[in-house]
Unconditional design. Structure first.
Length: 136
């Protein structure tokens, strides 16, 4: 009987650990100061001419990206206030994305843009994966 309790505790501990690890690796649903948008909204805003910034690495970008997306990798130092300003002035709207909910890059870049003074930032949390899953 004691062995069954021990196994049960190990299983519960493992499940809880996996849950906590997964929670830490998922992009937040919301970023203060930004608007989280769906794939459909991203597509609509892109049709209206809103600039889109892909913050993934170059190899991911080269494999595929949203139509017309600019590339400013957040992890290699390309995503700077100067480079973002070349794409969208501080008063313009901008859409920021990465690989999807398991990618923290768009959350990091969105937070940076807001810190730098952008106030019309669209956080496309579902990112490239969401775009592909929608069939675009």
């Amino acid at each position: 009987m004691h062995l069954h309790r021990l196994i049960f505790l190990i299983v519960i501990s493992t499940v809880l650990t996996i849950h906590v690890v997964n929670a830490d690796t998922l992009a937040p649903e919301r970023i203060t100061g930004a608007r989280t948008i769906s794939t459909e909204t991203a597509k609509l805003l892109m049709k209206r001419g809103y600039p889109v910034v892909d913050v993934r690495g170059k190899s991911d970008f080269d494999k595929g990206h949203l139509p017309g997306a600019y590339h400013l990798s957040v992890n290699n130092g390309d995503f700077t206030v100067e480079n973002l300003n070349k794409i969208a002035s501080i008063d313009q709207a901008v859409i920021i994305y990465c690989n999807g909910v398991a990618c923290l890059g768009s959350a990091k870049a969105t937070e940076l843009a807001i810190q730098w003074g952008w106030h019309n930032v669209f956080y496309y949390r579902d990112g490239y994966k969401g775009w592909r899953e929608a069939g675009y």
